[in-house]
Design a protein around this ligand. Structure first.
Ligand SMILES: NC(=O)C1=CN([C@@H]2O[C@H](COP(=O)(O)OP(=O)(O)OC[C@H]3O[C@@H](n4cnc5c(N)ncnc54)[C@H](O)[C@@H]3O)[C@@H](O)[C@H]2O)C=CC1
Ligand SMILES: O=C(CO)COP(=O)(O)O
Length: 332
């Protein structure tokens, strides 16, 4: 039986730890704050991130990362993208020599423009074949409620992907394996940016035709970037691409979509940030890094560019819509 450590007790870290426990895997959740670890152990609840969800009594938790990592052969990294490097620097020394490192984060690192699996192999000094990613339409609260969903576990080393798949397969959570790490990570990071755009459109009162057009053209630019970086277009037509894009762009549970909606309703970046209650809308930072990554690879991503301009250059949502519709007309 696998032993897993889940490092990060936000909504997805906690929900995924529940999935692992429900799959029969021996799992310990690491929380930064001792009161969260204590609530998980004594009350079987994470009141800050998944209030009202009953966690399995078999799920243990601690605020000591060395305790969580002892003997773990699957190390799940469940902190936000921009904090992964700093945290992993502290954890790396306690990770076992043959453990698989599984990233749940959906973002591109600012400045370095690295994908999360690249950050992991660089910081932990492990071969890329030891790094896996999990990505798909997996809104944390729905998974924690046991609503059926599927996902993708991608790793260059298929045997490791299979081991992770086995460790997290339950009656409600269906993981598929893939060797296309790049495609999965690009899908996960970029869909957050398109969800911001959909939220903005909804916030200014636009309807379903607009949302469908944003999702579809968003997918086109995500595929362009993924393929330019060496990913597979078929991955982006799957759960880690279209699947996650649709879930995030249409669900009121999405932090990114909700964040965009607040901007569309006229809120400032600061007020939208304050309304997330400590949760992270990854697309707000990743729109800038994805845009830079696209530019460095000669890929056009007009929607991502527009989201960056609204979030970071003071452009209004109305002006962004005008800018997009003013583009040269061309074949699909
Ligand atoms: N929530 C969801 O539905 C899903 C989230 N994800 C991804 O999973 C990753 C983790 O997100 P969530 O679990 O949703 O987190 P969250 O947004 O619910 O909360 C953030 C968590 O990270 C911790 N944290 C924040 N800054 C930190 C720092 N500097 N150092 C250490 N810990 C820090 C917080 O204490 C909290 O535990 C993100 O990349 C997100 O995009 C992926 C799939 C689903
Ligand atoms: O990644 C997610 C669903 O798959 C969660 O999206 P948000 O971060 O926008 O809530």
């Amino acid at each position: 039986m696998s032993k897993a450590a889940v490092l990060g007790a936000g909504s997805w870290g906690t929900a995924f730890a529940k999935v692992l426990a429900d799959a029969g895997t021996d799992v310990t959740l690491w929380a930064r704050r001792s009161e969260i670890a204590e609530a998980v152990v004594t009350r079987h609840e994470n009141p800050d991130y998944l209030p009202g969800i009953v966690l399995p009594p078999t799920l243990s938790a601690t605020d000591d990362h060395e305790e969580a990592l002892a003997g773990a052969d699957i190390v799940v990294l469940a902190v936000p993208s921009q904090s992964l490097r700093g945290n992993l620097e502290r954890w790396a020394g306690a990770i076992g020599p043959d453990a698989t490192l599984l990233s749940l984060a959906k973002g591109i690192e600012s400045v370095t423009l690295l994908r999360m699996s690249e950050v992991v192999s660089q910081v932990a000094s492990v071969d890329p074949s030891r790094v896996a990613v999990l990505s798909g339409p997996n809104l944390a609260r729905e998974i924690a409620l046991g609503q059926p969903a599927a996902t993708v576990v991608a790793c260059a080393d298929e045997a490791r992907a299979l081991a992770v798949q086995k460790a997290c397969a339950t009656s409600y959570f269906r993981p598929y394996t893939n060797t296309d790490v790049i495609g999965c990570e690009i899908g996960g990071a970029c869909k957050n940016v398109i969800a911001l755009a959909c939220g903005m459109a909804s916030g200014i009162g636009l309807g379903e035709n607009t949302i469908a057009s944003l999702i579809t053209r968003g997918l086109a630019e995500i595929i362009r970037l993924g393929v330019a970086l060496g990913g597979n277009a078929a991955t982006l037509a799957g759960l880690a691409g279209v699947g996650d894009l649709v879930a995030t762009c249409t669900s009121p549970l999405s932090r990114n979509r909700s964040f965009g909606e607040r901007l569309g309703l006229g809120g400032s970046l600061e007020s939208a940030q304050a309304a997330t209650n400590g949760q992270i809308a990854e697309g707000v930072k990743s729109c800038t890094s994805v845009r830079a990554l696209a530019a460095a690879n000669g890929v056009e991503m007009p929607l991502t560019d527009a989201v960056h301009r609204v979030c970071h250059e003071g452009m209004s949502v109305h002006d962004a819509v005008g800018m997009l519709l003013g583009r040269r007309i061309k074949p699909e």
